[in-house]
Design a protein. Sequence first.
Length: 232
Amino acid sequence: MENNLRQVQENYARIQDKIAEAALQSGRKPEEIVFMAVTKTVAPELVNAAIDCGITLLGENRVQEYQSKKDAYRQGVPVDFIGTLQSNKVKYLIGNIRMIQSVNKLSLAQEIERCAGKQNLIQDILIEVNIGDEDSKSGMTPEALPELLKEISQLPHVHVCGLMTIPPPTEDTRFLQAMQELFLKTKELQIPDTDMHILSMGMSDDYAQAIRYGSNLVRIGSALFGARNYQK
Ligand SMILES: *Cc1c(COP(=O)(O)O)cnc(C)c1O
């Protein structure tokens, strides 16, 4: 564990440097980019080590894993939900999670509306976009996005803050670029009661590139914590 803690510290410092460099290259300040630590399969001790380094946002993929680990995390650090979310599990997140980044259909937004309304709070969300139009991935198609946004913007307890994507793994940057264009276009629509200011894009393999294409929130797991072990 000692070794692992040191590794996390080293990884954190290296990633921060790369984030800063990419931010400056794209004409922004390093502090405008949010570095989320993705915690799936990671022991709470290591997550807390990342928090001690300066991580200010955690990302969770599975409701059950989140529930079993959240009390062991250093308190006061917000958690976003980034995984595939079934409607029947929404109720466990509302009131606990800062933002649900993986809203991929209207019915899910409607369930968030119902649960948030019950607790009398407004839930921040991102819309997940399937920018590569892959059958294997969830998310809205770019074409369907404006209509969906208009419908979701009508829900009084749901607040759209931007877009999230997991682009197909390719060497070239066309999906990052397509996503940047879509984000800017959607922003220009100025749909009332939406506030498009977050582009959540970039993981361990492509975060520096993603920042160059306008991302301001990168979700990093294995580059920070090491390869995941799903056996445990
Ligand atoms: C696992 C995961 C990440 C982090 O992936 P790494 O390649 O390990 O950085 C980011 N976003 C989502 C939605 C994930 O499920």
